[in-house]
Design a protein around this ligand. Sequence first.
Ligand SMILES: [Zn+2]
Ligand SMILES: [Zn+2]
Length: 240
Amino acid sequence: MKEQIYTIPVMDAFKEDSECPVCILERNLENHYIDFVLGPSLMEPSCRMETNEKGFCRRHFELLYNKQENRLGLGLIIDTHLRELVKTLGKRHGRIPIFKPGKKMAAFADDFVKLLSVIENKCMICDRMNYTMERYLDVIFYLWSREDEFQHLFNTKKGFCLKHLKMLLEGANKYLSARDSHVFIENLLNMQLEHMERIQKEVNWFTEKFDYRNADAPWGNSKDAVQRSIQKLVGHCTLK
Ligand SMILES: [Zn+2]
Ligand SMILES: [Zn+2]
């Protein structure tokens, strides 16, 4: 049996009714890390070293700030991260030659751009989430190929968001035998297309409801069809 620490969240997420069970795993993980960064990580020297070095991406800075909790803690993290960043950039800047106008400055700017691109792609929360999502994926395929109950549960879902559909298709080749992978992909794509059609109809009915002739017709499942269809297209996002 795979580690329970990953199996239980996977089972729970697949038991919930949703447009994408993998998004539930991702959302719970993200909430966990946001709380972790604003809480216990502050007292952990190894975590502080990691946040000093990596910082966060735009999405995770936004979530950390919008949580409106522990502003002091967030301030402390940003303070030491900025210090380290100034040091790194300053060191690079110290190597600037005294130039005459010309090629050297262009090459120097190029070098700086490369460094900024590396910084831009660093995020402590994204890194940890990627690691755990890969473990979850491993567990999904393990359970699918060994537990009938889970395979049945998987096959009765409403498909996935496109991001996680891609992740599952890639994972099938990595984690399953050629025979299993064939069955898995066929089922997955049938389920996905059926439910993309279903959600398209739900959004369509949402728009039709704005026609005065349909004012008294029932909403059906369409009241929140816009939110759910956005999730189907781009995955878990923070819609108000
Ligand atoms: Zn998803
Ligand atoms: Zn991030």
